[in-house]
Ligand binder design. Sequence first.
Ligand code: ATR
Length: 285
Amino acid sequence: MDRRSPGAFVTGFPIRHSRSPLIHGHWLKEHGIDGRYDAVEVAPQDFAAFIDRLRHGESAFVGGNVTLPHKEAAIALVDEADETAREIGAANTLWLNDGKVHATNTDGYGFLANLDAAAAAWDKDASARSAVVLGAGGASRAVILALRDRGFGTIHVVNRTPERAQVLADRFGSRIEAHRLDALAELLDGGGFFVNTSSLGMDGNDAPPIDFTTMAGDAVVTDIVYAPLHTPFLRWATAAGLRTVDGLGMLLHQAVPGFERWFGVRPNVSAQLRQVIVDDLEGER
Ligand code: ATR
């Protein structure tokens, strides 16, 4: 690869399920860019060496995405992790600049951009309202911080293991409150926003039914799970007459800042791109 055709990567272990090559491949083609985006499987014990080769320009990549299980390790290995990545404790986007490897985390950006695009005024009167977040795992962190930074008055984090929710409340500030699962019904009553960040409902797994009918009439319900696209949470919320936003848009929007950095063009999240991924998800069922 020569210098005129920049290359970016997505690395994880395993990496074959990643949809990132489809997303970035679509944009490269759309913009007629002579560049590459490659999936590179890197075992945990080899990840430090991978970052070293990137730093020294030996891999010919200008940057890339990191996914499981490297997102936390990346923070410690790069030269400059920005405040967002450090606060979340995980990075998903890397780039080279002046011989240094930089890192950020675009999951929170993707989460907000998806809602902004799909559910106008979803954050109306945020400071006077509360948001309910189900789940306190790795994926919840970017979501909780994004809601905090968007100005929600209280962010209720509900988790099967309440201690994990408490760790996040202690870490992310006084507007975050930790709860047990059995508090959910009460928290939803009159509420304006719910997001599932847990693995419940993923890949068709069961999720305990939730009654969304008590939420405010203009409430928005979203899920960061996108396989299946219509998760149990979204189906129940639709049945309750609420606005819903699926998780696929978050995946698409989180990819935007990385592409812009590596290839110099800010790409669009179009209906056509969305269809490419929907077709791929359906092909897998
Ligand atoms: P990720 O990094 O994808 O968030 P994770 O750290 O394993 O993955 O977190 C998974 C989340 O789904 C957690 O909030 C987990 O609850 P616990 O912290 O109690 O484990 C939640 N989760 C998974 N299976 C669940 C179940 N059967 N019932 C309730 N919550 C569940």
